[in-house]
Design a protein around this ligand. Structure first.
Ligand code: FUC
Length: 797
């Protein structure tokens, strides 16, 4: 069976458990025989509360001026020290909610035919085995339409199902049986959970003893059994001799918005979960049907076929172990679809965006707080959303951006005396926008105010793919404009007379200064300049589409003319810092200076061949390894460089078993048995970035035209992708054989003019009529389309 993750044993650790989710409720299914563990999350359960007004350093003007002076005088040591004076407190962490535990009566009889699988075509996990002559089956899914997790237990012999049910949690919690004979767990999130990278600090987890603030989460479970009896303990239910049972679980928190102090002593989550469970009812078939039709409508939009799935019945962990030695293109296709599955599971309309672990975490102090790290990771989570036909799943990020911009306005003013808004390298549910670090953080990650400007490309792309002009005018544009205003005010003149940024970092990467020491802060790094050019480009396009804010465009064009150009260094590499400093770690995981190549669009072979060649050299220099997300980014880079075989090589470096679960920066990337991507530890961006990268290998549209199979590797000579989207409102089905395009079908949703990069002599037909094709700049073919028109494109070289 294609699109199934399958295992022959229960999960022994969290990264073997199977993830399920509906954007709000996350579940990890272990599948034990004597005990089933399902670890639960709720997307809006975080430590802390809204950002306090006094975290802002209102007196920053002087510090900022001093940092800038030190940088321009080449006193980088001093600049790094001073920059710490612009840091506020750390952000908060994503919290685990609890676990659902099912204890089965122990039996000495052997277990046979054990199977555990996750079918990503219908987002359902199944556990089945035979014991003592009976077949036991569990099915689990998390429904978006009914907002519940459903567990269905059956046995092929009547009356053989007996188990106890309880809930527990790592939080300060209480579980009880309420008047409706429903099991309830309430848990309070800590007031503070400090980032794990601070190590063994004093009191990393602090609870508000008065319980006067903070979020709390509620889990509610109702159990229905057919046959047998249910009795109850104080905080448990005992099912005896049933033939089948259906468990319906709801979860909720008192989160009321990024700027709303969670209401104290409020019972809303208790009531809400009661209503949800009641409304869901107990008909398994009904719940299942609604779940599958909702999920499949999203999932079925894109199909990828990279060859026959001859290994589809093998265990997933065995296939993973063999990938390096046994050709298995269908396994890469499975991982591609798994990225789409995980996005549907962790990012649905109305939910918070997918965090560093998507929706799944089992720690009170998860890696990097499982927050939103916006110097690459959060963006990567969403690279696939538009191209892989899941624009609805993009909206949680876009909505959250509005919250960040609210806080970011105050930060722009207080720290940089700038209009508009900005955000720094990370944030959380409370959407803080200030630099973290508390005065002792490393400026290499903390003091980087470009996160908001980068994220704005998501707003613009949402419009470019889907053409929703109201969205652009009413929501996207005000945010994009605000980010541009910030940049315009933030720009300063450098000693050479150019406009640029200061302070400036190449995120998380240090350079060796003239003093022989390692430093973080300088001015006008290539990444900053690339983000700015990219943002300005989106601004000009958006303003022209909307026919507004021409005066802003005038300011942008004036600034652009004076912006420092990106440099190519003496070795022909894209220069990472404004001065060609010594790089202490040439294979550093961050590849920020290549932003213009990907996700940006300013470096293309046709329009900027010198930069394109320099980007290629830089990437070769960076090497073919890295953390999980770094590998995923490199797949995207090599795809943009139109080198399919190199992209494939990186993809196979990612497609190997990850052996470590602790934090590692230089080795150990790969995939865990449940195909969660390993930084290490688990970080979901690698999964999403992989899916985006495979898409970029097969279709690109960032450069103003559609590029079909721009980076097809020799290892995928035959296949097809259907339902994949290109900017301009196009949906494509591409079929290829012997490494060459065989057939392309395209639907135009917006009636835009279509540009395709391909050889001359191409035939475009609308139904049975030929369409007139013109040859434009760089030999790009162009033709007009009509709304809803279905085109076939043939003869593409
Ligand atoms: C940045 C990266 C790390 C990690 C973390 C979440 O700090 O440099 O590799 O991905 O974010």
């Amino acid at each position: 069976m294609t699109n199934v993750l399958r295992y022959r044993t229960p999960a022994k650790q969290w990264v073997e458990a199977l993830p399920l989710g509906n954007g709000s409720i996350g579940a990890m299914l272990y599948g034990g025989v004597n005990q089933e563990i399902i670890k639960l999350n709720e997307a809006s359960l975080w430590s802390g509360k809204p950002v306090a007004a006094d975290v802002l350093h209102e007196d920053s003007a002087e510090v900022l001026a001093a940092v800038r002076k030190a940088v321009f005088e080449g006193n980088y040591e001093e600049a790094d020290k001073l920059a710490a004076g612009l840091q506020g407190p750390y952000g908060e962490a994503y919290m685990p909610l609890g676990s659902l535990l099912l204890d089965f009566s122990e039996s000495d009889e052997p277990v046979e035919d054990y199977e555990r699988f996750l079918d990503i075509e219908n987002a359902t996990a199944t556990v089945s085995y035979r014991q003592d002559g009976a077949l036991f089956t569990r099915e689990v899914f998390v429904s978006a339409p009914d907002q519940v997790m459903v567990v269905r237990l059956t046995c092929d012999q009547p009356g053989r199902l007996s188990f106890d049910v309880r809930l527990d949690s790592l939080l300060r919690s209480r579980s009880f049986l309420d008047d409706n004979r429903q099991l309830v767990l309430t848990g309070s999130a800590p007031a503070v959970s400090l980032p794990n990278y601070l190590g063994d600090v004093k009191d990393p987890i602090v609870y508000d003893e008065e319980e006067e603030s903070g979020l709390h989460g509620v889990v509610r479970l109702s159990v229905h059994a057919e046959g047998g009896e249910i009795s109850s303990g104080t905080a448990s239910l005992h099912i005896r001799n049933a033939s089948s049972a259906t468990l319906v679980l709801a979860a909720s928190t008192n989160y009321a918005g990024f700027d709303q102090t969670p209401p104290i002593g409020n019972n809303q989550p208790l009531t809400e979960t009661l209503e949800t469970v009641r409304a869901a009812g107990s008909s398994y078939e009904h719940l299942r049907e609604r779940h599958i039709s909702d999920y499949a409508e999203l999932f079925d939009r894109v199909r990828l076929d990279l060859g026959p799935d001859s290994n589809g019945d093998r265990a997933t962990d065995e296939r993973l172990a063999d990938f390096a030695t046994t050709p298995d293109p269908a396994f890469a296709a499975l991982l591609f679809q798994y990225g789409r599955y995980l996005l549907i599971a962790s990012s649905r309309v109305g939910s918070p965006p997918a965090n560093l672990q998507g929706l799944w975490s089992d720690s009170l102090r998860p890696p990097w707080s499982s927050n939103y790290t916006i110097n690459i990771n959060t963006q990567m989570n969403y690279w696939l959303a538009e191209s892989c036909a899941l624009p609805e799943c993009h909206t949680p990020l876009l909505d959250w951006l509005g919250d960040v911009a609210e806080n970011g306005k105050k930060v722009a003013k207080a720290y940089y005396n700038a209009e508009g808004w900005c955000a720094h390298h990370n944030s959380d549910l409370w959407a803080f926008a200030h630099p973290v670090g508390g005065g002792t953080g490393w400026p290499g990650w903390a003091n980087w105010p470009m996160g908001g400007a980068w994220l704005c490309r998501h707003l613009w792309e949402h419009y470019e793919y889907g053409g929703d002009i109201e969205f652009l005018r009413d929501y996207g544009w005000p945010l994009i404009r605000g980010a541009a205003k910030f940049i315009l005010d933030f720009l300063v003149r450098d000693p050479d007379g150019y406009l640029g940024t200061n302070p400036s970092t190449s995120p998380e990467h240090a350079f060796i200064g003239p003093d022989g020491k390692s430093h973080a802060i300088s001015y006008s790094t290539t990444m900053d300049l690339s983000i700015i050019r990219d943002l300005f480009d989106s601004c000009k396009k958006a303003s022209s589409v909307l026919q507004i804010d021409g005066d802003l465009v005038d300011r942008i064009e004036a600034a652009e003319a004076e912006l420092r150009p990106i440099a190519i260094n003496k070795d022909g590499l894209l220069q990472e810092w404004v001065i060609d400093f010594v790089d202490p770690e040439p294979e550093h995981r961050h590849t920020s200076h290549l932003y213009g190549l990907h996700p940006g669009k300013i470096i293309t072979d046709l329009k900027a061949p010198e930069y394109f060649a320099a980007a290629r050299k830089s990437l070769e220099h960076r090497g073919d390894w890295g953390t999980g997300w770094a590998l995923a980014w490199k797949i995207n880079f090599w795809a943009r460089l139109r080198d399919g075989n190199h992209a494939y090589r990186i993809a196979s470096n990612l497609l190997r078993p990850a052996l470590r679960t602790g934090v590692e920066y230089s080795e150990g990337a790969g995939l865990y048995p449940n195909l969660f991507d390993a930084h290490p530890p688990f970080q979901i961006d690698g999964n999403f970035g992989f899916t985006a990268g495979v898409t970029e290998m097969l279709l690109q549209s960032h450069a103003g035209y559609i590029d079909l199979l721009p980076a097809l590797p020799d290892n995928w000579p035959e296949g097809s992708i259907s339902g994949v989207r290109a900017r301009g409102g196009f949906t494509l089905d591409i079929f290829w054989k012997a490494g060459k395009i065989e057939r392309v079908e395209m639907e135009s949703l917006l009636g835009s003019r279509c540009r395709v990069r391909c050889s001359e002599g191409v035939l475009v037909r609308l139904g049975d009529k030929d369409v007139a094709v013109e040859v434009g700049e760089f030999g790009i073919l162009e033709f007009g389309t009509v709304v809803g028109g279905r085109y076939s494109i043939g003869g593409v070289g």
